[in-house]
Design a protein around this ligand. Structure first.
Ligand SMILES: [Ca+2]
Ligand SMILES: [Ca+2]
Length: 128
């Protein structure tokens, strides 16, 4: 599996990022960092983040399966982070740009907490 992914990365044409960005429902906030790790913003980097690898594995297409994954393992699905929960390639109501980054761990939890009511928080701790 790793060999397949590495081969696909090496085979990717230069400049593919722009085309790939257009395949997401929205990419206006994080642009190429939805899929790539930019260690040095000046130089840039083609290294993929965890969402980038899953996007590649999905045939470089935004699918409902990809939307349901939590690529960066931060508790929010890729769909919730992008703003298209069901992955139908239509942004959810009121969404104009990514809510958080699907390839960056830990950037969505605070937003999720802020949107919970006190009764929802209580239910969470009570396990009901
Ligand atoms: Ca996530
Ligand atoms: Ca995230």
């Amino acid at each position: 599996m790793i060999v397949v992914v590495v081969t696909a990365v090496l085979a990717a044409p230069v400049g593919a990022t722009t085309d790939d960005m257009a395949r997401l429902p929205v990419s206006s906030r994080f642009l190429c960092t939805n899929c790539h790790i930019l260690a040095d913003p000046q130089a840039g980097s083609a290294d993929l983040n965890d969402f980038g690898f899953d996007f590649l594995g999905a045939g470089r297409l935004w699918t409902s399966e990809l939307a349901q994954l939590d690529s960066d393992d931060d508790g929010c699905t890729n769909g919730a982070e992008i703003g298209d929960v069901d992955g139908n390639n239509q942004l959810d109501d009121g969404i104009e740009f990514e809510s958080s980054n699907p390839g960056l761990t830990g950037d969505c939890s605070s937003a999720a907490w802020e949107h919970m009511s006190w009764s929802e928080l209580k239910d969470l701790f009570n396990g009901s």
